[in-house]
Design a protein around this ligand. Sequence first.
Ligand code: ZN
Length: 299
Amino acid sequence: MFSNKSGVLAIVVAALLPTCFAGWLVWDSLRGPGGGDETQRVLPLPSVSASASPRTDDANGAAAAGTPTASALPLAGKVVVLDPGHNPTDHEHTAEINRLVDIGTGRKACDTTGTATKAGYAEAAFTLDVVHRARALLIARGATVKLTHDTGGPAFGPCIDERARIGNEAGADAAVSVHADGSAAGDRGFHVILPASVHQGIADTRAIVAPSRRLGTAVKRHFADATGSAPANYLAGGTGLISRSDLGGLNLTTVPKVFIECGNMRDPNDAAELTDPAWRQSAAEGIADGITAFLRGKT
Ligand code: ZN
């Protein structure tokens, strides 16, 4: 390919040279006698190389060499933002995470520490693990995946308004915030939280309520299929879908976004699942499958 490209470049240069040279002659004749200086005189010459810039050839070459398998992947060109709820070191930064931020419907803490199982497995560790697994699956399907934070990233947060902003500024086609709940023992199952229609202060979710519901419905269905878990038995009438207007991460989003509470860390049966790496892989598959279905219009 290299020799072919060089040949193409030589032809392009050869084709462009006469035109550029003619342009230089016109410029030189218009300049008239005694005008300009040596610096100006040579100015047209760099334009020859600029016109025959290898960038053009590189672009064509890349297209020709191509990565047909990458462009043929189901999520090629799609941007997904995954938001691992909380941060493993939030608890060391209580002053910072307790700062109040504007979420349109009120003010809430920048971030919260999250919950943990009775044995001490932190929600913040769970969310990062599931997000890493889901990211790998989505990248394998061709998506561009951005995380709101990652291991070794910020010491706390990001704040909930920043988590929303990251998805917005990425122009995400879909964003999912991953959590696990901290309800009473005996409360079991998962649920997906949808943005309510909010138009108050800096929050305006009206444009993303409908697509977010489609995203949430797909995530709910595929999460149930992948994990075998049932929708939460302690809220939303057992539907597994609930709309809320008190979450900054949803109020401030301008892209389709949902939260998923994968299970209840305070219930021993759910905790046994949440602490099992194989179950977390299934959870990640369910989330990735739901996002994939949504992005492919199969909701
Ligand atoms: Zn949480």
